[in-house]
Design a protein around this ligand. Structure first.
Ligand code: CA
Length: 226
C-alpha cells in the first residue's frame, strides 16, 4: 500500500482529498501546516506528498526546499495560484507536478497514480531498454528504433530523449531541461530547447504538430507521456 502525506489547511478539501486517496487504496497521513508536515514526514516517510502551497504557518515552497534536502518522494502541488511564474518556481524548487484549484478529483487521482508508478519504477534496477508507442530506446547500446527502423538522433537529441524518459509524467521546466541536457550556465537559452524538442517530435511523433508524448506545458516547460 502506498503512503501519501496530505498537507492542506482547509478541512473540507483535506477530507475530500483524503477520502478519494483512501478509496484509491492509499494510506493517508495528514498535516495542516509546514511544521506539522515536516514532523509527520520524518516520523512516517511517505511515498509521495500532496501539498497545498498556502499554509497558515508558512509557504509550501519552504516545505519543498526543506524536504528536498533529504527526501526524493514525488510532490504534487495543489495551488490556488494560476500564474505560470508561480508554477515554474515550485517545479524548479523540486515539486513534480501541480494542479490548480479548483481541480477535479479524477484528475488528482490520475496524477497521483502516475507519480506513485514512477516512484515504484525507480526502486527497480533500471532497464536499459525503454519502450513507448512504437519507439524502443536501448540505452546500453545508444540505439533508438521506431517500428523496428533505426532513428538517427544527434547527441543532444538523444540526451534530451533520455532525460524525458527518465521522468515520465513529470513537468520539467525549461530551466531544468537546459541544465540537465546542456549543462549549467545554459539556463537562459530557451530557444535551443524549442528547436531540439521540435526535432525530436519530427523524428518520434506520429503528428509532430500534435505531439502525443512530448507535450508542451505553456510558459513552463515540457511533460513526457509514454
Ligand atoms: Ca491553504
Amino acid at each position: 500500500m502506498s503512503t501519501v502525506l496530505l498537507v492542506e489547511d482547509e478541512p473540507h478539501i483535506r477530507r475530500f482529498v483524503r477520502l478519494a486517496l483512501e478509496g484509491d487504496g492509499c494510506e493517508v497521513y495528514e498535516a495542516g501546516g509546514v511544521r506539522e508536515a515536516l514532523r509527520v514526514a520524518s516520523a512516517h516517510p511517505p511515498d509521495m506528498l500532496v501539498l497545498d502551497l498556502g499554509l497558515p504557518d508558512g509557504d509550501g515552497m519552504e516545505l519543498i526546499r526543506e524536504l528536498r534536502t533529504w527526501s526524493d518522494a514525488p510532490i504534487l502541488i495543489l495551488s490556488a495560484r494560476s500564474m505560470e511564474a508561480d508554477k515554474v518556481k515550485v517545479l524548479d524548487a523540486g515539486a513534480d507536478d501541480y494542479l490548480t484549484k479548483p481541480f477535479g478529483i479524477a484528475e488528482l487521482l490520475a496524477r497521483t497514480r502516475a507519480l506513485l508508478r514512477r516512484r515504484a519504477g525507480r526502486k527497480q534496477p533500471s532497464e536499459p531498454v525503454y519502450c513507448f508507442a512504437d519507439i524502443q530506446v536501448d540505452r546500453s547500446r545508444r540505439i533508438v528504433t521506431r517500428a523496428g527502423e533505426a532513428v538517427h538522433l544527434t547527441p543532444i537529441e538523444y540526451r534530451l530523449l533520455c532525460h524525458f524518459i527518465a521522468h515520465p509524467g513529470r513537468v520539467l521546466t525549461h530551466r531544468q531541461l537546459l541544465r540537465e541536457v546542456w549543462g549549467p550556465g545554459q539556463g537562459e537559452q530557451g530557444h535551443y530547447l524549442r528547436v531540439y524538442v521540435g526535432r525530436l517530435r519530427h523524428k518520434l511523433e506520429i503528428d509532430p504538430t500534435r505531439p502525443a508524448h512530448t507535450l508542451t506545458e505553456t510558459g513552463i516547460g515540457y511533460r513526457f507521456e509514454p
